[in-house]
Design a protein around this ligand. Structure first.
Ligand code: DQA
Length: 147
């Protein structure tokens, strides 16, 4: 099984970007932890980041037939992108949305995510642990769906 893990804009700057909000781990660190945990669960992961909305949309389309599940941190596009929502609704691949920070504790404009409508569940506020929890939740979902 393959999980596609998508990261939106500015997440390439993790480590130095507002560390008081997002922590000191880099995206490469998070990818490393995801790979380790995925190996334990016996799933393959395809881990990507883009600063471009259309590229994220293209990757979601390409996941059809290729990925069994999607984990997405849409970053700033969470709060603006009907296009990413529509792409996820189109491919109908089980999806979990992740945010490092607790978006509900922050500015009002971060409280709503368009992407959540296409997500099986949303994990926010646990930092990089959220990605690990999402891998665990998604593999459990996929296993349950097979039975
Ligand atoms: C974020 C929260 C978003 O509001 C923000 O635009 C991000 C990161 C998070 O992981 O906490 O870039 O998705």
């Amino acid at each position: 099984e393959t999980l596609l893990i998508l990261n939106g804009p500015n997440l390439n700057l993790l480590g130095t970007r507002q560390p008081e909000v997002y922590g000191r781990e880099t995206l490469a660190d998070i990818e490393g932890s995801c790979r380790q945990i995925a190996q334990g669960f016996g799933v393959r992961i395809d881990f990507r980041q883009s600063n471009h909305e259309g590229e994220l949309v293209d990757w979601i389309h390409e996941a059809k037939g290729g990925a069994d599940g999607i984990i997405i941190n849409p970053a700033g596009y969470s709060h603006t992108s009907v296009a990413i929502l529509d792409a996820l609704l189109a491919v109908e691949i089980p999806t979990i949305e992740v945010h490092l920070s607790n978006i509900h504790q922050r500015e009002d404009f971060r409280h709503h995510s368009w992407v959540s409508k296409a997500a099986k569940g949303v994990i926010c506020g646990f930092g990089s642990l959220g990605y690990i929890l999402a891998i665990q939740a998604l593999t459990a979902e996929l296993k349950a769906a097979k039975q």
